[in-house]
Design a protein around this ligand. Structure first.
Ligand SMILES: Nc1ncnc2c1ncn2[C@@H]1O[C@H](COP(=O)(O)OP(=O)(O)OP(=O)(O)O)[C@@H](O)[C@H]1O
Ligand SMILES: [Mg+2]
Length: 510
């Protein structure tokens, strides 16, 4: 439930809107209901009092034989009128008489509500038992002068709580007008009509919520996908700047950031290329000047240093050139790409083997990835005697693993070897040693794909692991049994290095 709640913008928006609707309806009801029922009560009572006054005058003037008809003609669903020749004394007995009067059907009243709608509006008859039980100690009262204002004496009493009340008016010594009013129970707030209208409003709001949420979340989803792809180093078309103001500005900011990031990379590689290029001329001049050195031994050493410098400069230039060329991402068969690098190397007579796994399409920059894997393979051959290469699938990554049988890289140096032009002492003294740029280039390429390179040193060798995020996979064929990392090793009869640590997770590029 919590998962679902956190998940979707539409769910949250609809829940908030509906909660707001229900709370506001309830508050409105609470505030207005009391006022409303008081106003209705006052209106009904004043109508009843006015009618009682009119009827008092009428009874006073009409001969007794017409009085009953005149009173019946004036009754409504909520009021009853009758005359007696004696004054009612006992309030309890009068209450029961009044309740009984309400069970008498109306003679001339046309109840349109009852005819055209359901029967809920028909006369409500006070329950005799309830009437008898309530208002026990209450006696007759006399209304204020301002309410009555007729010379005829009057007294009143409540019945059935305060829902009903009745008047007894002395018209003359032998005529008493009795009037009873019983307030109908109006349906509560939760009538079927109000519930239907609330449901309809809720439905409309929910539909609007879905519409607005999708308007907001669609560009946000694009933004998330684009940010993910940018992290993997893909070149993306700018995001469309649509939707509400805030979302539009976020997309705008993302587009600007992408532009700046590209410009920053471009400037950096251009600068590197320029430095490398500018160093060429003074190096050539130096080489010419060594001609004038008399001592053969010193001249040889100077030329060797200049060669080394020149090599580094050339490497820096080609590195910069490689980085500055914007390679597009493409879907390629990763197994085929790694396999072809291994084939090329073994064709050159190097001890490189590739263990084929599952064919898999991956979205990447093939040239950059090829350069990175080639560097790892060359290093394994150079410093570890041989290279065994395979692709391993883990829960979060796709690892290109290059194994060798060499001494490996000491733990303290595992980060340092990625520094440009850095080489371990052992490789410096050997003829096989390179410039020291290979791993920097390889890591740059891996990070451009949202991945990284790490080393695992075991008893009998080292693994260089180039991990790539699984997100770049284009299709996911099932890994057949026997192709996991352990069985791969077993199948080619490698001795299992006692791996001291686990491969690090790929770092996403910032
Ligand atoms: N498989 C390995 N086993 C032991 N040491 C290694 C291995 N791979 C790299 N190194 C060490 O890390 C250093 C840096 O490697 P890197 O590939 O960056 O440079 P390089 O191989 O010396 O030169 P380049 O690759 O530029 O021709 C190497 O000089 C070597 O000392
Ligand atoms: Mg190298």
């Amino acid at each position: 439930m919590n998962h679902l709640w956190n998940r979707s913008l539409a769910t949250q928006l609809i829940a908030f809107t509906l909660a707001a609707l229900i709370i506001s309806q309830a508050l409105t009801f609470l505030i207005s209901w009391k006022e409303h029922s008081e106003a209705l009560d006052a209106a009904a009572k004043s109508e009843f009092l006015s009618r009682a006054r009119t009827l008092t005058r009428l009874v006073e003037t009409v001969p007794p034989e017409y009085q009953k008809q005149a009173l019946l003609a004036s009754e409504t669903r909520d009021s009853r009128f009758w005359v007696t020749d004696r004054e009612a004394e006992d309030p309890a007995a009068w209450r029961l008489t009044a309740a009984a009067e309400f069970s008498r059907p109306l003679e001339n009243f046309v109840d349109l509500v009852r005819i055209f709608q359901d029967g809920s509006a028909r006369t409500q008859i006070p329950d005799a038992k309830r009437v008898a039980a309530s208002n026990g100690g209450e006696g007759w009262r006399v209304p204020m002068q301002s309410l009555w204002a007729l010379p005829q004496p009057i007294k009143y009493v409540y019945f059935d709580g305060s829902r009903g009340y009745g008047l007894v008016i002395k018209v003359d010594d032998r005529t008493w007008l009795n009037a009873a009013f019983y307030m109908r129970q109006t349906g509560g707030w939760w009538t079927s009509t109000s519930l239907a209208s609330l449901s309809l409003t809720a439905l409309i709001l929910a539909l609007l919520g879905v519409f607005f949420a999708s308007r907001i979340s669609r560009p946000l989803r694009h933004l998330a996908t684009s940010a993910e792809a940018l992290g993997r180093g893909e070149n993306l078309p700018p995001l469309s700047e649509e939707g509400p103001e805030e979302v539009r500005r976020t997309a705008e900011a993302f587009n600007k950031m992408q532009g700046r990031l590209h410009r920053f990379l471009e400037d950096r590689t251009k600068m590197l290329a320029a430095i490398g290029h500018d160093l060429r001329t003074p190096l050539t001049t130096l080489r010419l000047r060594t001609e004038f050195v008399q001592d053969q031994e010193i001249q040889r050493k100077m030329l060797s240093t200049i060669d080394e410098l020149q090599g580094m400069t050339e490497a820096a230039i080609s590195f910069a050139r490689g980085e500055s060329t914007e390679e597009e991402t493409r879907d390629i068969d990763l197994e085929a790409l790694v396999g072809s690098i291994c084939d090329d190397q073994s064709d050159l007579g190097k001890p490189v083997s590739f263990v084929e796994g599952v064919k898999m399409t991956y979205r990447c920059r093939p040239d950059g990835l090829r350069r990175a894997v080639r560097n790892l393979v060359e290093n394994a051959v150079r410093y570890g005697g041989e290279a065994r290469v395979f692709i391993r699938h883990t829960a979060a990554t796709i690892d290109i693993v290059v194994e060798d049988r060499g001494p490996g890289i000491p733990d303290l140096m595992k980060e340092k070897v990625f520094t440009p032009f850095f080489r371990l002492e052992a490789s410096r003294n050997r003829d096989t040693g390179g410039i020291g740029l290979g791993l920097s280039i390889a890591r740059a390429a891996a990070r451009q794909h949202g991945g990284d390179i790490s080393f695992l040193t075991g008893d009998g060798g080292m693994q260089a692991v180039l991990s790539l995020p699984r997100d770049g996979r284009v299709e996911t064929p099932a890994v057949p049994k026997g192709h996991d990392w352990k069985s791969l090793r077993g199948s080619i009869g490698l001795r299992a290095p006692n791996l001291a640590e686990k491969p690090t997770k790929p770092r996403t590029q910032h």
